[in-house]
Design a protein around this ligand. Structure first.
Ligand code: NAD
Length: 421
């Protein structure tokens, strides 16, 4: 089995600020506004105790960051991962601000995380950690203030514990404090698949623009969790062939195509995609260089860098993950004619259906999955079209275009509100 180091020593926050600076410069943004938008509005660090199953007390560190609240309450996921850092959370919060603006939903950007490898915790320890972390960040969260959601290694069960903890403290049930909840607690139909579904809607649009036939397209996917495994299933339903997938332990490759349902079953049984019968084991570095038409990074940040961007053979990259490509790599990919659907557009389906969930919760309503998916499609197609229009008009790549759209919307909202006091 091949195991690759997963995180390159690149600071995601510096990448996020660099991306913002490029957009601000191109927009000719006022220097004061640049100073405001370059920094997060609030950063909370908490160190909190959890009683472990063996009776010992361990202290964990977690963060909640609100980057900007100009267009609405903060919105963004919670990540449980051993490599979480304040800088990573700041970057993810800033990207959430732009993402919500690209798809035009009334939120600002937030994000949170805990430094922990949840695979090493029992369910009881995970629940204890989640409930105490939720209590610690309660000074910031709330349905009108800041609404967390799932991200890497968090899921509907974690959201249910947060919702319950918050509700206990309020003395009444508050479904709207988190999204990505189980359906039985006010979760939305379609939320579980939303990130991948939104990603595939943008791939369909990009393929039409590029004249790429999805029925004959070969797809490689890095990351096989919520975003990656569901994207694999949905892109297969479009007729494409998934030739390679990977998770944190490494990847598998079969140029003739992988049976996605069987790979999902294999991972469930063995805890890894590797060893899948009929496929070759490859590394997480190799998966990015596999011969394919569409590459979907769906794992972590900083995977496509100046070191490997020149080796990407895909014609289209759809960033289901947040921040998988560095600015240096973007230049190389653009030079090589690779069409990029940037993260703040490509994976915005997750936050869009989170918004639908929140609206349903606040209105005590419940929509059908068909209604959710159709509304999602409308928003993703519109955002893709608006971004492509800017890319053509400004003669720039799609990431720059998405940033021009988003940063301008946020700056306008901020300017209209004015500077308090
Ligand atoms: P997840 O925990 O469900 O899955 C993460 C997957 O990535 C796992 O299969 C894990 O094994 C794999 N992984 C970790 N490191 C890897 C590496 N170096 N190479 C290959 N695989 C690796 O998380 P998720 O929710 O699917 O999130 C994945 C990405 O999508 C993240 O960047 C996240 O921020 C982004 N995202 C998620 C959502 C959402 O709604 N879940 C929304 C928008 C963006």
């Amino acid at each position: 089995m091949t195991t690759e180091p997963i995180a390159a020593p690149i600071n995601a926050w510096h990448v996020a600020q660099q991306q913002f600076d490029l957009a601000a410069e191109r927009l000719g943004m006022d220097q004061g506004m640049r100073r405001v938008l370059r920094e997060p509005r609030r950063e909370l660090t908490v160190h909190f105790p959890v009683t472990m199953d063996d009776g010992s007390v361990q202290v964990f560190t977690g963060y909640r960051v609100q980057h900007n609240l100009g267009r609405g309450p903060a919105k963004g996921g919670l990540r449980y991962h051993q490599d979480v850092s304040l800088d990573e959370v700041k970057a993810l919060a800033m990207w959430m601000t732009w993402k919500c603006a690209v798809v035009g939903i009334p939120y600002g950007g937030g994000k949170g995380g805990v430094i922990v490898d949840p695979k090493k915790l029992s369910m009881k320890e995970l629940e204890g950690l989640t409930r105490r972390f939720a209590t610690e960040i309660e000074v910031l969260i709330g349905p009108e203030r800041d609404i967390p959601a799932p991200d890497v290694n968090t899921n509907a069960q974690v959201m249910a514990w947060i919702m319950d903890t918050y509700s206990m403290h309020q003395g009444y049930t508050v479904p709207g404090v988190v999204t990505g909840k189980p359906i039985s607690l006010g979760g939305s139909e379609g939320r579980y698949e939303a990130t991948a579904r939104g990603c595939v809607y943008t791939i369909v649009e990009a393929a039409r623009h590029l004249g790429l036939d999805l029925k004959t397209a070969r797809v490689a996917i890095q990351g096989f969790g919520n975003a990656g495994s569901i994207a694999a299933r949905l892109i297969s339903e479009e007729g494409s062939t998934v030739v390679a997938v990977s998770d944190s332990t490494g990847g598998i490759h079969n140029p003739g195509g992988l049976d996605v349902a069987r790979v999902i079953g294999w991972k469930k049984e063995h805890g890894t995609v590797q060893g899948f019968p009929g496929a070759m084991d490859i590394s997480n570095a190799q998966i990015l260089e596999v011969d394919c038409d569409i590459l979907i990074p769906a794992a972590l940040e900083n995977q496509i860098t100046e070191r490997n961007a020149g080796k990407v053979r895909a014609r289209l990259i759809a960033e289901a993950a947040n921040g998988p490509t560095t600015p240096d790599a973007d230049l190389i990919l653009a030079r090589n004619g690779v069409f990029m659907i940037p993260d703040i557009l490509c994976n915005a389906g997750g936050v869009t259906v989170s918004y639908f969930e929140w609206v349903q919760d606040l209105n005590r309503d419940h929509w059908s999955e068909a209604v959710v998916n159709e509304k999602l499609r409308g928003i993703m197609v519109k955002a893709f079209g608006e971004t492509l229009e800017i890319a053509k008009r400004e003669d720039c790549d799609m990431r720059t275009a998405a940033y021009l759209l988003a940063v301008d919307r946020v700056a306008n909202a901020m300017a209209m509100r004015g500077l308090y006091p």
